[in-house]
Design a protein around this ligand. Structure first.
Ligand code: SF4
Length: 62
């Protein structure tokens, strides 16, 4: 199964992915960084939308 991943080296913390796909992306309250929630299955279309919209091109499937 493919899992979305965020490259924190390029992520600008714009939170756009959280708006597009809040079931998958969230802000980690402890670190302040955006992270991927652990899920059994990821909603492909929503994640693809977040990937497409990420201004820093920081999200990919792995
Ligand atoms: S949309 Fe991209 S740059 Fe913005 S918070 Fe998400 S991963 Fe980071």
């Amino acid at each position: 199964m493919k899992i979305p991943a965020i490259d924190l080296g390029t992520c600008t913390e714009c939170e756009g992915c959280i708006e597009v796909c809040p079931s998958v992306f969230r802000k980690n309250p402890a670190t302040g960084y955006v992270e991927v929630v652990d899920l059994e299955n990821y909603p492909k279309e929503e994640v693809d939308e977040a990937i497409k919209n990420c201004p820093a091109d920081s999200i990919h499937w792995e």
